[in-house]
Design a binder for this molecule. Structure first.
Ligand SMILES: [Zn+2]
Length: 85
């Protein structure tokens, strides 16, 4: 399933789940962009799991883009206190 950190430029193997962060990404049922392999139509959305290692999860996060699929992006440090509740 998950073999290594989702960051393409990081090769940390997945050993301990408690290190780092697991992301669950729900792929839309209309594949074709994310799934390049024609595996036949699937009715349900698939949930894919991605893992960022500890150091990467501190500065990176995952985002889903319908055009490009799952991408590892640098966290944007916005002021979280703007809408603190
Ligand atoms: Zn990493």
């Amino acid at each position: 399933m998950i073999a290594k950190c989702a960051n393409p430029s990081c090769s940390t193997p997945l050993v301990y789940l408690r290190e780092g962060k697991i992301f669950m990404v729900e792929s839309p049922s209309q594949l074709g962009v994310v799934g390049l392999a024609p595996m036949g139509p699937k009715a349900q959305a698939r949930v894919e799991h991605f893992w960022l290692c500890g150091p990467c999860s501190l500065s990176m996060t995952l985002t889903y883009d319908s055009q490009q699929g799952v991408q590892v992006v640098r966290k944007v440090f916005q002021s979280l206190s703007a809408r603190a509740s």
